[in-house]
Design a protein around this ligand. Structure first.
Ligand code: NDP
Ligand code: 2IT
Length: 451
């Protein structure tokens, strides 16, 4: 028997650390999963002996490339681009593209690893991938964004395809950027295929894709509350971020009768004690997303609100919390504050927004806590439905898609319940999501033998 067959958890994590130096986000994501998978392996020896977790924690490939573009002043700019193809055991690689100066190989590897479990949980045939660049879209002209997207796709196109790898949006990449990238893909390959999701409705996009992640995170939250015979009516919500996921999460909370108190961006958070109405959320969408403004300007438009610079919103007392900005934005101390203030449920709209200390604090206090790989899967799920529509050359109606999204989120909740319910009745959603996602990918990998 090979020495590696029976490494313990600490030995496994030492290996992950050693093989991935200077990649803290990736190591963190693997650790969070391994903490649940190791006890599960005790009673599932075949996954262990076949080294399934070890294999999933080694991306199938990481492509890194130079992206050159010319700014409006004629300067030559050089960025780095990546596509991480983590695992395609159950379908083509699938996952977003992120443009943000904080993007590193570690960040994209963690995101591609998480995506593998998330996509499995949706029940749709999608593997896990993620890509992006350290390009900073802030302050760039529309033409600069276009030239960057075209240059990025000029390399990326050779690694993707409708049955190979299907990217979509993420931080800094929305409908506009997908349009520029799709246009360049089509121009280079002369093929009109469903190679990207999050497309415009005119050229193969799906209804409700922009809304799906935020709406899905709130549907998941409603499913969690229902296990305690509760709903969102009258509940106060603290939300971070003010981009695609945050604004649509806010919208759905309001539709379901809740009261949204905060939004944020990298500059700080706004607190509106009157709650955000649909009109205020529309203002944020227009101002932040379309005009690329800052959240602090909210207090000029709505003087009842306050802006706190340089801080996250977790100190504002609330019933439910939805971190919807970025990774590691809710730390152990923040989790303790939320718990002390009586938070009942947390639904992660972002990917890995809660650090390991925070996750341990929520689980320890038996708070309803939905990890991103379960709670924010609605976005990639509707991406999967966009792929189906493209393959069939049809488009479903909005009501049909809304129902499918709700059903998929309920299905993910059920998986978490199946694999995460504890002896005392508490549903450990982290454990449930990790094991539920792992099992599907692992069973497919077993079928393929040693590859
Ligand atoms: P957007 O680019 O639309 O919005 C991102 C928001 O997060 C902005 O308010 C931004 O503020 C804030 N933010 C980004 N980076 C930081 C940072 N380092 N510190 C503080 N605030 C930050 O992205 P999305 O809404 O699409 O994505 C948000 C999260 O949701 C990410 O974790 C993403 O991976 C995840 N997600 C997205 C999905 C999607 O369909 N779009 C699907 C599933 C998960 P600022 O304007 O100041 O940069
Ligand atoms: O993190 C995510 O799930 C996304 N950014 C969406 C991925 C997708 O392919 O729609």
């Amino acid at each position: 028997m090979a020495v590696s067959d029976h490494v313990d958890f600490n030995g496994f994590m030492e290996g992950v650390n050693r093989r991935n130096p200077h990649q803290p986000e990736f190591v963190q994501a693997v650790q969070e999963v391994a903490e649940d998978i190791f006890p599960f392996l005790d009673s599932n020896e075949e996954y262990h002996s076949q080294q399934i977790l070890r294999r999933i924690a080694e991306p199938d490939r990481v492509v890194s490339f130079r992206v050159c573009w010319e700014d409006d002043n004629g300067n030559i700019r050089v960025q780095r681009g990546w596509r991480v193809q983590n695992n395609n055991a159950i379908g083509p690689y699938k996952g977003g593209i992120r443009f943000h100066p904080s993007v590193t190989e570690s960040v994209l590897k963690f995101l591609a690893f998480e995506q593998t479990f998330k996509n499995a949980l949706t029940g749709l045939p999608m593997g896990g991938g993620k890509g992006g660049s350290n390009f900073n879209p802030k302050g760039k002209s529309v033409r600069e964004i276009m030239r960057f997207c075209q240059s990025f796709m000029t390399e990326l196109y050779r690694h993707i395809g409708a049955d190979v790898d299907v990217p979509a949006g993420d931080i800094g990449v929305g409908g506009r950027e997908i349009g520029y990238m799709f246009g360049q893909y089509k121009r280079i390959t002369n093929q009109f295929t469903g190679v990207l999701t999050g497309k415009g409705l005119e050229y193969g996009g799906s209804l409700i894709r922009p809304e799906a992640t935020g709406y899905g995170a709130v549907y998941f939250l409603a499913n969690m509350l229902a296990t305690k015979d509760q709903d969102l009516v009258g509940k106060t919500a603290v939300i971070s971020g003010s981009g695609n996921v945050a604004t649509h999460a806010a919208e759905k909370i309001v539709q379901l009768g809740g009261k949204v108190l905060t939004l944020s961006d990298s500059g700080g958070f706004i607190h509106d004690p009157d709650g955000l109405s649909q009109e205020k959320i529309d203002w944020v969408k227009t101002h932040k997303t379309h005009r690329r403004g800052r959240i602090e300007e909210y207090v000029e438009a709505f003087p009842g609100a306050t802006f706190t610079a340089g801080k996250t919103p977790w100190g504002v007392p609330c019933d439910v919390a939805l971190p919807c900005a970025t990774q590691n934005e809710l730390l152990g101390e923040d989790a303790k504050t939320l718990i002390a203030n009586g938070v009942q449920a947390v639904s992660e709209g972002a990917n890995m927004p809660t650090d390991l200390d925070g996750v341990h604090a929520f689980r320890g206090a038996k708070i309803l806590f939905a990890p991103g790989k379960a709670a924010n899967a609605g976005g990639v799920a509707v991406s999967g439905l966009e792929m189906s529509q493209n393959s069939e050359r049809r488009s479903w109606k909005e009501e049909e898609l809304q129902q499918m999204l709700k059903d998929i989120m309920a299905g993910i909740h059920k998986s978490c319940e199946t694999y995460g319910r504890q002896g005392d009745g508490y549903i450990d959603y982290v454990k449930g999501a990790n094991i539920g996602g792992f099992k599907k990918v692992a069973d497919a990998m077993l079928a393929f033998g040693v590859v």
